[in-house]
Write a protein that binds this ligand. Structure first.
Ligand code: C2E
Ligand code: MG
Ligand code: MG
Ligand code: MG
Length: 287
């Protein structure tokens, strides 16, 4: 990379690198303060039923309202927050805020099509000794039902400490909370281990969806995963659907749910009610 840049290019590359490292370091040291000050905010991306595009869930996606740098995507801070532990505080705030929000949406529209909010949980957060208790408390404080919550965990979590993780997953599901494996296909897990995992939903990573229209092999692979998941009683959400063709191909395979820019980008909370408006209220009004 640096070789073909010439001398000036290389120097520029080095100073870019240095300043971006300084920036990263600075952000990292500001993370705990950001938790204290609640500088985070949530967007919500609709998850739709592929058959009719009805919005049945939303995924909560965190953003950092940085005092001087503006709105920062998770790309800029989640990894650092995992490394220095700030992700535990961030994640707990996200969980509580997401539940508060869905309780408000449910209260605002009793006929809403929205059944659940999906919340990303970092491995570090899941491993805190009182995670299950934190979830229970967050549900109680928000006045939210356990069925309104879907927790997204990653494959890597399950590979370490499998016994404790499985025990906690069972406890959560016994409460009525559902669990999804996020970014499925990017980690090291095999399909066979899924059978032992107490989870409800598979989220197929975007990288799997990207090529289904252009690669016969990729299409066949996704088709097989969808069929297998169905047979294991797992619901499948396809992530990163950007084109109508992908949507139709997945629908034809029997994949029930999807998420992606083709349907909606992550949205501000105020935009959600219009997309999930139930028919119950207007119908009752006109009667
Ligand atoms: P993820 O959980 O796999 O979330 C999906 C990401 O893909 C989101 O990026 C979303 O905006 C993006 N996306 C959705 N549909 C499309 C599409 O059609 N095309 C493309 N190109 N992208 C699409 P975002 O919001 O930047 O989040 C990135 C990652 O950061 C998330 O990936 C998740 O791993 C992490 N993250 C976000 N919020 C939280 C959180 O509250 N806690 C933790 N621990 N991690 C979070
Ligand atoms: Mg996710
Ligand atoms: Mg995902
Ligand atoms: Mg993904």
């Amino acid at each position: 990379l640096a070789k073909g840049m010439g001398k000036g290019g290389w120097q520029r590359y080095q100073s870019d690198l240095a300043s971006s490292m300084v920036q990263r370091l600075e952000l990292r040291t500001q993370l705990y303060e950001a938790v204290e000050d609640e500088q985070f905010i949530l967007q919500f991306q609709p998850i739709v039923e592929l058959a009719d595009q009805r919005v049945t869930g939303v995924e909560a996606l965190v953003r950092w309202q940085h005092p001087t740098r503006g709105l920062l995507s998770p790309f800029h801070f989640v990894e650092a927050a995992e490394e220095n532990g700030a992700i535990v505080g961030i994640g707990n705030w996200v969980l509580r805020e997401a539940l508060r929000q869905i309780a408000a949406w449910k209260a605002g529209d009793p006929g809403t099509t929205l059944r659940y909010v999906s919340v990303n949980v970092s491995p570090l957060q899941f491993r805190t000794s009182d995670f299950v208790a934190q979830v229970r408390e967050a549900l109680e404080d928000a006045g939210a039902r356990p069925e309104w919550l879907l927790l997204e965990i990653t494959e890597s979590l399950v590979l370490k400490d499998a016994e404790k993780v499985i025990r906690d997953l069972r406890a959560l599901r016994a409460m009525g909370v559902r669990v999804a494996i996020d970014d499925f296909g990017t980690g090291y897990s095999s399909l066979s281990y899924l059978r032992q995992m107490p989870v409800d939903v598979l989220k197929l990573d975007k990288s799997f969806i990207d090529d289904i229209l252009t690669s016969r092999q990729q299409h066949a692979l996704v088709d097989a995963i969808v069929t297998l998941a169905e047979n294991l009683d797992l619901a499948v959400v396809a992530e990163g659907i950007e084109e109508a063709g992908q949507w139709h191909a997945l629908d034809t395979m029997g994949c029930r749910y999807g998420q992606g820019y083709h349907f909606a980008k992550p949205l501000w909370p105020a935009d959600i009610p219009a997309l999930t408006a139930g028919l119950a209220e207007p119908a009752a009004l006109s009667a």
